[in-house]
Design a protein around this ligand. Structure first.
Ligand code: HEM
Length: 192
């Protein structure tokens, strides 16, 4: 089953992205948080427009109601961040199978987002209203949203015979995010 395979074959990459994000570290402060939101803001602003939304919808999955860029824009506004366009690594999203594999990473990250959101509230006082909207994500709906995604992905996998392509796209997406978030360069959007 595709979900099991994705989880197993990207387990190490999840550990790597967790280490790159490093948000649960006791030393993680508001300056680190601003840098992290800047990083994800630039990533999602390049990534989401590349998604083949119509083809995904034809394959039974509606991502349009899950677009995360507005959450990042709202956080960036509250935090006073300024956007700078930058070249960053993006996964290949040129087929529905690749998009599904990549979205496994994006939708799966909302699960960890719930843990992170609670942590940020406790340690930095961040809420959806004052700069923590992205990590709050779907909030209470996170479980059902993840389940619905998993069902769409599983249905697609059973008919498309493209599991290797799906897994490869998930691995490529983890690699892009880890490399982008972990990069120390100052090329990320800066604060004003
Ligand atoms: C410090 C940061 C992170 C923490 C603490 C964290 C934690 C978690 C937790 C607790 C789960 C739920 C596991 C379960 O219910 O079985 C999860 C799932 C997941 N996370 Fe993360 N996560 C982090 C960052 C990320 C990032 C940045 C991404 C991708 C961009 C990501 C991708 C995923 C995926 C794809 C799953 C689903 C795994 C599966 O059940 O197949 N995580 N994470």
């Amino acid at each position: 089953m595709i979900l099991q395979r994705l989880k197993e074959e990207t387990r190490v990459q999840h550990e790597e992205v967790e280490a790159a994000v490093d948000v649960m570290n006791q030393m993680f402060d508001i300056a680190d948080y601003r840098r992290l939101i800047s990083k994800f803001w630039s990533f999602y602003s390049a990534y989401e427009p590349e998604l083949p939304l119509q083809a995904l919808s034809d394959a039974g999955f509606d991502y349009s109601e899950r677009i995360k860029l507005p959450l990042l824009e709202s956080d960036a506004r509250v935090l006073g961040l300024e956007f700078q366009a930058v070249a960053l690594p993006l996964p290949d999203l040129s087929s529905v199978a690749k998009a599904f594999g990549s979205l496994y990473v994006i939708e799966g990250s909302t699960l960890g987002g719930q843990v992170i959101s609670r942590h940020l509230k406790q340690h930095l006082g961040l809420t959806p209203e004052n700069g923590g909207a992205f990590y709050f994500g779907y909030g209470q709906a996170t479980g059902p949203m993840w389940k619905a995604f998993g069902e769409s992905l599983t249905r697609f996998s059973l008919t498309a015979n493209a599991d290797d392509e799906i897994v490869e796209a998930a691995r490529a997406t983890f690699a892009c995010i880890t490399s982008w978030v972990g990069r120390k360069s100052s090329a990320a959007p800066t604060s004003i």
